[in-house]
Design a protein around this ligand. Structure first.
Ligand SMILES: Nc1ncnc2c1ncn2[C@@H]1O[C@H](COP(=O)(O)OP(=O)(O)OP(=O)(O)O)[C@@H](O)[C@H]1O
Ligand SMILES: [Mg+2]
Length: 220
């Protein structure tokens, strides 16, 4: 049980820049943990519930490119508050393991380091949206930017995901600031945020993640 929240479950987040393999690896990690007998709730941000998915559609739509950074930040926070209340907190109360594709670190990396909005305002909003809930473990899938953007572009072409490409259309400088932001966050939270090299094959990365998860669960 978490000594600060009294919640029984475990909250694990997956982070990293576009195309690094978060969605692919969450599926593998869920299968690994299910085999070990855990009950898994896979989810994602922005989104994770019906209302937050409607906010997601606004956030990721290329037609929203005139959205100002502060609106973007507030929409992420609004979606997160709903997601925490409807999905994450109830699952943790029931002792489940929540695997979330992006969370508060993504807002710090993208809207803070990437868009250069004030980090203290983002910390405050994250706390306002989440209350006492903080991930127990965060897996940062670290991949050189060019490889991730290539992977994401190939995927979007084959899956016709043209409605979710707003961030992929940002400049390379923006993505570099985001990547640097994740490194800064790792240095600030060296126990919670574990860096996983995402350069290998899907199987190799899945193996590194399974090792990290097994180490985490051997200590709790
Ligand atoms: N280790 C890997 N090697 C090669 N290709 C990969 C690897 N992992 C994922 N891919 C492929 O790269 C593309 C992007 O992967 P995925 O969608 O899982 O990334 P993501 O981090 O969720 O991206 P986004 O941030 O855009 O949601 C997919 O087509 C996926 O099949
Ligand atoms: Mg994804």
């Amino acid at each position: 049980m978490d000594s600060t929240t009294g919640l029984m479950g475990h909250f694990i987040t997956f982070e990293g820049t576009e195309g690094c393999g978060k969605t692919t690896q969450i599926i593998r990690a869920a299968a690994h943990l299910q085999q070990r007998g855990f009950t898994i709730v896979p989810t994602r941000e922005p989104g994770g519930c019906e209302l937050a998915n409607r906010i997601r559609a606004i956030l990721l739509d290329p037609n929203s490119r005139h959205m100002v950074p502060s609106t973007e930040l507030l929409l992420y926070a609004a979606a997160r508050a709903q997601h925490i209340d409807e999905v994450i907190r109830p699952a943790l109360q029931q002792g489940k393991i929540v695997l979330c594709d992006r969370f508060c670190d993504a807002t710090l990396a993208y809207q803070g380091y990437g868009r250069q909005l004030p980090l203290d305002a983002i910390h405050w909003l994250n706390h306002f949206a989440c209350g006492d809930i903080v991930p127990h473990l965060t897996l940062w899938l670290d991949l050189p930017l060019n490889l991730g953007l290539e992977r994401a572009q190939e995927r979007n072409a084959s899956q016709q995901l043209e409605n979710e490409q707003r961030f992929e259309q940002e400049s390379l400088n923006f993505h570099q600031r985001v990547q640097n932001g994740y490194e800064q966050l790792r240095q600030q939270h060296p126990r919670r945020i574990q860096r996983i090299s995402a350069e290998g094959s899907v199987d190799q990365v899945a193996h590194s993640i399974a090792t990290c998860l097994d180490r985490y669960f051997s200590k709790v």
